[in-house]
Each structure stands twice: as structure tokens, then as C-alpha cells.
Design a protein around this ligand. Structure first.
Ligand code: C2E
Ligand code: MG
Ligand code: MG
Length: 630
């Protein structure tokens, strides 16, 4: 049986054959009994009578075999008994002149449809031999009852007819069989794909748990029941606490194994009436039905937390998992499935905020600010997948030559309902949730790709500056990510500048030092963003191999009015000069500020004076209009 063959389809065919054979056996039995009766009454002839009775018994035996589900054997008994019976009848009556000989091709036809090729050939050989033997008995005068004598050409003609008939029958039946088997195969494949499609529409492929749509169906069904009979349902939203780290550090296949193990553990905590499902990623859902008391829900939640909170050993890794659970109670907390999910989701984030590995019931007092925040985090998760993130570019100018040298890439979120969202509104959330790692990878790749396209558009010296979050260093594979972004885009490392925050460089962080020097080896340069706002101990500046300081815009904005700010800027420029670092000023909005900064020896600048951050297309237009000179 091939792997696509469906045993049920084969059963269907066997059943069909058995049904037809049974009908044939009944008809044959009826005919035989009628024959016995007619011969007994009208033309009593003992040998014929005995032959018919013998066939009768064999038919009953075939019927018995069929009842034991041995279809092939039953067909064989039927054919051979009829064939032998008819041969005897032919021999006993008019020999080759007997009309019964006409049934030989008919039996062959039946054999071609019901039996194997071997059985068919055996029957053909049998009929030929029988014809020759019967003919010989006539020719030799052994049996000659006064009928027309036969001669060798007569025998040869019968043999020829038998051969021609069996060849045509064999060919036709072969065509029929192959057409039928093709049809069967198509039918079987159709059934399999239909079943597969049905399964995939309702179940999660990785864990085998019901997916969102099946969970929704079950929830709606349970809701109808409680509306009629009363009672409660608990909808549990479960999210693994550290799944992202597991996936990022150990790879997707380990991540998948963890999800499968968690799914198995989860299912074991539930009763038969409950449902565990997966919404995708590391989000699971549980429907607890027939809930009599909140205590029962708490008990199950504790059970689930215990089952998930354990060391999973996989491929020589020992992985610690835990989960946070948010619970919405029906009919109290909502109107429809989506609103229950949303509330359970909010409660789940509350559980995370309260320290993880906990469960929390949704409570209306979970204030709207935090609800909005939760919703924003949720949306941010989708933003990457749905290509809602985009990069804007702010020109960077060399003050010594007044020429454009490249741009800083600044992220924007094109939210489907809220419009364009500035980074200050979501970067912090992204950092808290760890989403910044994925977002940061995307920013790196996109910025490098864009810079490479400027080179191709005729600006081969343009550089791009990308902001990095300290969280991106924590993961430990930033070097590989930078390498990947450069190699995918074909951009040389010297055209990429990474902007770091002061706070990142303050700790002891041996691992940061290693990563920085590895990235540096790729030709990439580093600058300190918003310099001057952070820390007063500047010893870190000599510890790391940096390239530039970016004066924070808060000093630049008021440098002409505030002597203090001006002094800070002068001090920063001096520090940079003495450490052999270049200086970039941010937030230049007026010609006066520009003039002053140039006078002070600041080398590079950005600001609304030239342009606000703009889309890549607008940036290119800007560059073309200004012909690189600013
Ligand atoms: P930043 O890196 O210091 O970027 C400079 C910010 O100042 C930008 O705000 C820019 O639009 C704004 N700016 C530039 N020139 C002027 C000016 O002349 N006047 C005024 N009033 N503002 C000016 P934006 O784009 O809202 O970015 C805010 C911060 O978000 C950035 O500060 C950076 O820390 C962060 N950020 C932006 N994109 C990313 C990113 O891809 N990854 C990370 N980790 N952080 C990012
Ligand atoms: Mg920056
Ligand atoms: Mg800045």
C-alpha cells in the first residue's frame, strides 16, 4: 500500500466486490436449483443431476467463504466449480456441439473482472485443454452420441475463438481496471486533502491543539449552554514568560520542541470537558467549562503553572520555562469571544507586570491606561509581521564642506488606526517586552539595504547611522546580526555607524566590550548618542574604541541663550578633540546656531534647519534637489 492509500477506500472497493459476488452466487444458486428441478421432473438424467448438485454444494461453500470475508477465494470457488460443472455437462451432452460451450468466454469475462491475472490465465488454459480433450473424445469415438461429428479444424476454430475472446476481454478489463484504479487514486487523494484541509483549518499544526477558530466555536457553543442552563466558563490566556529568549538563543527547532512539551503538559492539567488551544507563537488558550466555583479555576491555574514551570531537557539543553495566565470569566466579563480574549490578555499582562509565573483574573479596575498600554504592546507584536514599521531618514551634514554625508535612520510605526507613531511612544515598550531585538534586527537590515541603494543611485559615499538599544546587546548575537545586515545588502561596514547610549557603556560589561570590538572589526563605527545627558564619569570613553560623540539636542536648542549650555558644548567638543573623536551636533534649527557650532569646530550636524526625518523617497528627492550641497 502506498503512503497515500487510504485503507477505508480499499475496504469500500472490497465491500463492493463482495456485494456483487454475493448477488452472483444467489443468482447462480437459483439457476442451479431450477436446473435440478427441471431435469428431475422433465428429463431425468442422473449424471447431469449429480453435476448440478455438486455445483450447488460448491456454491454454498463459496457463499460460506464469502461470509468469512475471503472474497478472492469465494470468487475462485465460484468460477472453478462452474467451469468444471459446465465441462462435465458439455462432455455428457453434445460435446463441442453443445450450446453450453458458449459460456466458456462468458466465464473468462467474469474472471477478468473478478480475479487475478494468474487465475484468468489458468482458466483460459483450462478451457483450451478441456476443448481439446472433449474434441479428442469425439474424434476418437469414445463419446459419439450420434450428433454431427467434429474434426480437427472444428477444435482449432473453437480454440481460436476462445483465444481471441480472452485476449480482447483481457485488454478491455485491463483498461477498465487501470481507469478505475486511477479514479480510485484520485478519489482517495481528494479525500485525504479534504481531511487535511479540514484539520488544518481547525488545529494547530505544531502542537495538534485546536486553533483559534476551533476554540472560538467551542467557546460559542459553551456560551449557548450557560445562557440556557446557567453556570460559568473561564477563558485562560497563557503566555510563556521567556520564550523569546529561548527561541532567539537556542533556535527555532528547540523553541518548537518547548512549545510541544508545554502543550502536552497543559493538556494533562485539564478535564475532558475543557479545551486547550494554541493561538500561535507562545500564546495558549484554555477554556474551562462547567465552572461551579472560582476556587476550581484557581486550582487549575496553579496546576498549569506547576506543569509549565519546570526544566525541560532537550538536545543537552536544560530549559527553564514558566508562564503567566490571565483569566476572563463568562458571562461576567464580556459579550463575545474576542472581548473575552482581550480581557484575558490584559489580565495576562498584569500577571507579567506583577512578576510573571502568576495568574490574574481580569478586573475592571485594571485601569484604562494600562489597558491601552497592553493593547499597544499587542499591536506592536503584529506591527513587524504586518510591515507597519518604516524608517525615516534625517540628513547629516559635514559642516566643514557643507555637504551631505548620509543620514540617521529613525524608526516610525504606521499604525492602522492611530496613524504615524513616533519612536519615543513605543521604543520603551519594545525594550520592556524584548520586541526591540526583532525590531532592531529589522532596522539594521532595512537601513543597510537603503544605504546600499543610495550608493547605487549615484551617492557612493553616503553613510547611514542606526540607533541601537542596550537590550540588543544583552542577547549576545549582535555581531552576527550586523554581519548579516551588511552581507545581505552588500554594504561595506565603513558606511554603517551605530549609535549607542551612554548608559550601555557604564557597566563593567565584558561581553559588551567583546561585541563592540567584533563589530568594529567589520569596519563599522560607533558614536555616543545624546552625549552629556547621562553620566558624569567619563572614564568609559577611553575604555571603548569609539568614533564620535553626538551632542544632545537639549544643549544645542538653547546654546545661544544659555551660557551654561554653550560651555557644555565647548567642553564636549574639547573632550572629543582630545580623545580623537569627531563631534556631531543634533537639533540645529537656525542659521545662527549653525554658525556658532561651525565656529566652535563642530564637524557634523543634523537638524530641522536642513530637514526633518523623512521617508526614503522624500530623502532622495531632498538629496537630488540640493545636489548634495547644503
Ligand atoms: P535620537 O537618536 O537622538 O534622534 C534624534 C531625534 O531628534 C529624532 O526624533 C529627530 O526627529 C529629532 N530631531 C532631529 N533634529 C531635530 C531638530 O532640529 N529639532 C527637534 N525638535 N528635533 C529634532 P525621533 O525620530 O522622534 O527619535 C527619537 C528617539 O527614538 C531617537 O533619538 C532614538 O533614541 C530613538 N530611536 C529612533 N529610531 C530608533 C531605532 O531604530 N532604534 C532605537 N533603539 N531607537 C530609535
Ligand atoms: Mg540617534
Ligand atoms: Mg540623539
Amino acid at each position: 500500500m502506498s503512503d497515500t492509500e487510504d485503507p477505508s477506500a480499499i475496504d469500500e472497493i472490497t465491500n463492493f466486490r463482495a456485494k456483487r459476488l454475493r448477488q452472483l452466487l444467489y443468482i447462480t444458486l437459483a439457476c442451479l436449483n431450477l436446473g435440478v428441478a427441471l431435469i428431475y421432473i422433465f428429463a431425468y438424467h442422473l449424471p447431469t443431476l449429480l453435476t448440478l448438485v455438486g455445483c450447488d454444494i460448491m456454491m454454498l461453500y463459496a457463499l460460506h467463504t464469502l461470509l468469512l470475508n475471503k472474497v478472492d477465494k469465494a470468487a475462485s470457488i465460484l468460477l472453478w466449480s462452474i467451469s468444471v460443472g459446465l465441462t462435465i455437462a458439455v462432455l455428457l451432452n453434445s460435446g463441442l456441439r453443445d450450446p453450453a460451450i458458449l459460456s466458456f468466454p462468458a466465464i473468462l469475462f467474469f474472471a477478468a473482472l473478478m480475479c487475478s491475472r494468474r487465475e484468468f490465465t489458468l482458466l483460459y488454459v483450462y478451457f483450451c485443454t478441456a476443448t481439446v480433450l472433449i474434441g479428442l473424445t469425439h474424434l476418437s469415438g469414445l463419446r459419439n452420441e450420434g450428433y454431427d461429428p467434429v474434426n480437427i479444424p472444428n477444435i482449432a476454430i473453437i480454440l481460436l475463438i476462445l483465444t481471441a475472446a480472452s485476449l480482447s476481454i483481457r485488454t478491455i478489463s485491463h483498461d477498465l481496471r487501470s481507469a478505475l484504479s486511477k479514479l480510485e487514486k484520485g478519489n482517495r487523494q481528494l479525500k485525504i486533502s479534504k481531511a487535511k484541509a479540514q484539520y488544518m483549518a481547525q488545529y494547530d499544526e505544531l502542537t495538534g491543539l485546536p486553533n483559534r477558530s476551533l476554540c472560538q466555536d467551542r467557546f460559542n457553543y459553551q456560551m449557548k449552554l450557560i445562557q440556557r442552563h446557567g453556570g460559568q466558563i473561564a477563558l485562560l490566556f497563557i503566555d510563556l514568560d521567556n520564550f523569546k529568549t529561548i527561541n532567539d538563543s537556542l533556535g527555532h527547532s528547540v523553541g518548537d520542541q518547548v512549545l510541544k512539551t508545554v502543550a502536552g503538559n497543559l493538556a494533562q492539567c485539564l478535564r475532558k470537558v475543557d479545551t486547550a488551544g494554541r493561538f500561535g507563537g507562545d500564546e495558549f488558550i484554555v477554556l474551562l467549562t462547567e465552572v461551579n466555583h472560582i476556587r476550581d479555576v484557581q486550582k487549575t491555574c496553579n496546576k498549569i503553572l506547576n506543569a509549565v514551570n519546570q526544566n525541560i531537557v532537550l538536545d543537552s539543553y536544560s530549559i527553564q520555562t514558566s508562564a503567566s495566565i490571565g483569566i476572563a470569566m463568562a458571562p461576567k466579563d464580556g459579550a463575545d469571544f474576542d472581548s473575552y480574549c482581550k480581557k484575558a490578555d490584559i489580565a495576562m499582562y498584569q500577571a507579567k507586570a506583577d512578576g510573571k509565573n502568576l495568574f490574574r483574573f481580569f478586573d475592571a479596575s485594571m485601569n484604562t491606561v494600562s489597558q491601552e498600554r497592553f493593547v499597544l504592546i499587542k499591536d506592536l507584536r503584529d506591527a513587524l509581521k504586518q510591515n507597519q514599521l518604516t524608517l525615516f531618514y534625517q540628513p547629516k551634514v559635514d559642516l566643514r564642506t557643507a555637504r551631505l554625508v548620509g543620514a540617521e535612520a529613525l524608526i516610525r510605526w504606521q499604525h492602522p488606526e492611530r496613524g504615524l507613531i513616533a519612536p519615543r511612544q513605543f521604543i520603551e515598550l519594545a525594550e520592556e517586552t524584548g520586541l526591540i531585538v526583532e525590531i532592531g534586527d529589522w532596522v539594521l537590515e532595512e537601513a543597510c539595504r537603503q544605504c546600499r541603494s543610495w550608493h547605487e543611485a549615484g551617492y557612493p559615499d553616503f553613510e547611514v547611522a542606526v540607533n541601537l538599544s542596550s537590550v540588543q546587546f544583552a542577547r549576545g548575537n549582535l555581531t552576527e546580526q550586523v554581519e548579516k545586515a551588511l552581507s545581505q545588502s552588500g554594504l561595506a561596514g565603513k558606511y554603517l555607524e551605530l549609535e549607542l547610549t551612554e548608559s550601555l557603556l557604564l557597566g563593567e560589561g565584558e561581553h559588551i566590550l567583546t561585541q563592540l570590538s567584533n563589530i568594529k572589526n567589520l569596519g563599522v563605527s560607533f558614536s555616543i548618542d545624546d552625549f552629556g545627558t547621562g553620566y558624569s564619569n567619563l572614564s568609559y570613553l577611553s575604555k571603548y574604541n569609539l568614533d564620535a560623540l553626538k551632542i544632545d539636542q537639549s544643549f544645542v536648542f538653547k546654546m545661544l541663550e544659555s551660557k551654561q549650555n554653550l560651555n557644555i558644548i565647548i567642553a564636549i567638543i574639547n573632550i572629543a578633540k582630545s580623545l580623537d573623536l569627531t563631534v556631531v551636533a543634533e537639533g540645529i534649527e537656525s542659521a545662527e546656531t549653525l554658525e556658532k557650532l561651525t565656529q566652535l569646530g563642530c564637524e557634523f550636524a543634523q537638524g530641522y534647519y536642513w530637514a526633518k526625518p523623512q521617508s526614503s523617497a522624500d530623502f532622495l528627492k531632498y538629496v537630488e534637489q540640493n545636489n548634495v550641497n547644503c
